[in-house]
Design a protein around this ligand. Structure first.
Ligand code: SAH
Ligand code: SF4
Ligand code: F3S
Length: 445
């Protein structure tokens, strides 16, 4: 056994990957705060560094090893090694490998087990290394402390895990089966967030619209029902949710977009590809046509809704003509924003061993063409917003004094000038559009 090490007094969490990791990172911080461990001041080395990792693509997963190397080097230069914990989806998928490959790591903790971080720190203080990759998801939430004050926009994980098993994806393995947190817990957490100053709550889940529960009267409700209840919380101005799966959409959630004023006109609904043979090989269980019909229903309910999506180029076997179908669906939907990726073979997933793996240079070229189309539509969406009036939720100060940055209802970045504070909802007229942001003018004063 190694000698006892002093308990850490400061920490830093570095979260990679999706917003669920950001949420988990915040909750780890709250756990540590209960122990009197505080965030390391900007520019100072922390006693405890938590790498909250993502396994979705190879690049993201490999990053953890270079990050560990960098921490060890910085520690050697500073004459003091930090305690290193690896959390998140790489911890879940490759816990043993991390322990074997990286002796500097003391703690490996999976995304469903981090509520046990305090006990693991006790072990680390005795010089022991600890791994915990159990998956008792609900137990985790029950064991976490109350929410603390954050910015005006907060995340709230309502659903975790995935049962869809798209053939390229690691999430069902790293996050486990789909579970929904109980209705009453979520309403209570949302109230706490609003009391702590949140004006906007984004409901999170790997398949957030698969959320299901029972309301206070014992009635079965889906995400639409949860949103209607949360909309009743005074002081909460905006509700968003992400990421949805096309096959989990129900009528009530679509209707909520026409009926709940606090539900923002924005929908992130990944389709991944525009070709049905590829969608089938991906095991998406929907077609391009059924996806487009779903989008039409949202647009009928809320004509100004902004759409965003995720795309993968170069899935095994993807021909040039099949890729062209992806470009077509982008043109058809005219997304306001998108994330697009080169296919990355992930160990243990069916697609990794499929025939017809695509050459990197072909993927590069397809990604470039796709991003060019996406960029075109994003800019067009921003330009079409010019002249509209909307509220902007102020998130931070801009580059220049008196400048503020926030989000429009359509999740665009908007900057404007005036005498305001973070957390204000300010009505502006959108005056000028760039590819990635808009300028607003305050006209009501
Ligand atoms: N549950 C969400 C997405 C989770 S992962 C959904 O189904 O929409 C986020 C995005 O990463 C996916 O939408 C997909 O576009 C991308 N992704 C997942 N696995 C990938 C892989 N092996 N290679 C490249 N991109 C991938
Ligand atoms: Fe991955 Fe598919 Fe599940 Fe999304 S739905 S997390 S892409 S397996
Ligand atoms: Fe990455 Fe895990 Fe999220 S693999 S995208 S951090 S669910």
């Amino acid at each position: 056994m190694k000698p006892t090490t002093a308990p850490p007094q400061t920490y830093r969490v570095k979260s990679f990957g999706c917003q669920m990791n950001v949420y988990d990172g915040e909750r780890m911080g709250e756990l540590l705060a209960e122990r009197g461990i505080t965030p390391a001041p900007e520019g100072e080395e922390a006693d405890l560094v938590i790498l909250n990792t993502c396994h979705i693509r190879e690049k993201a997963a490999e990053k953890v090893y270079s990050d560990i190397g960098r921490l060890v080097k910085a520690g050697a230069e500073a004459g003091k090694q930090p305690l290193i914990a690896v959390a998140g989806c790489v911890a879940q998928a490759e816990g043993e490998e991390i322990m074997a490959r990286a002796p500097a790591v003391s703690i490996v903790v999976g995304p469903q087990a981090y509520h046990r971080l305090p006990e693991m720190l006790d072990k680390a203080a005795l010089g022991e290394r600890a791994t915990d990759t159990d998956m008792p998801a609900i137990a985790k939430f029950d064991a976490l402390p109350a929410r603390r004050k954050r910015g005006p926009s907060a995340f709230l994980t309502v659903q975790e895990g995935c049962d869809k098993f798209c053939t390229y994806c690691v999430v069902p393995y790293t996050r486990g089966a789909e579970i929904s947190r109980p209705f009453s817990h979520l309403v209570a957490e949302a109230r706490k967030l609003v009391e702590a100053g949140a004006k906007e709550i984004t409901l999170l889940g790997q398949n957030v619209n698969a959320w299901a529960g029972e309301d206070d009267n014992g009635r079965r409700v889906g995400l639409g029902g949860l949103i209607r209840t949360l909309a009743g919380i005074d002081g909460l101005a905006r509700i968003r949710y992400t990421t949805s799966h096309p096959n989990d959409m129900d009528d009530d959630l679509i209707a909520a977009h026409g009926e709940v004023a606090k539900l923002m006109p924005y929908l992130h609904l990944p389709v991944q590809a525009g070709n049905d043979r590829i969608l089938k090989a991906m095991n998406r269980q929907h077609t391009a046509e059924s996806y487009l019909r779903l989008i039409e229903r949202f647009r009928a309910m809320r004509p100004d809704i902004a759409l965003s999506g995720d795309f993968i180029v170069g899935f095994p076997g993807e021909t040039e003509a099949e890729f062209a179908d992806t470009l077509s669906i982008v043109d058809e939907v005219r997304y306001a924003a998108c994330f697009s990726f080169k296919y990355s073979p992930r160990p243990g997933t069916p697609a990794a061993t499929m025939d017809g793996q695509i050459a990197p240079e072909v993927m590069d070229e397809r990604l470039q063409r796709l991003q060019q189309r996406i960029g075109h539509h994003q800019y067009a969406f921003n330009q079409a917003s010019v002249g509209k009036r909307c509220d902007v939720l102020v998130e931070r100060t801009g580059r220049h004094p008196g400048q503020w940055l926030g989000k429009s209802p359509w999740l665009q970045s908007v900057w404007f000038e005036g005498d305001y504070a973070v957390g204000d909802l300010v009505e502006v007229k959108l005056a000028e559009a760039g590819p990635n942001s808009l300028r607003g003018l305050v006209t009501h004063v």
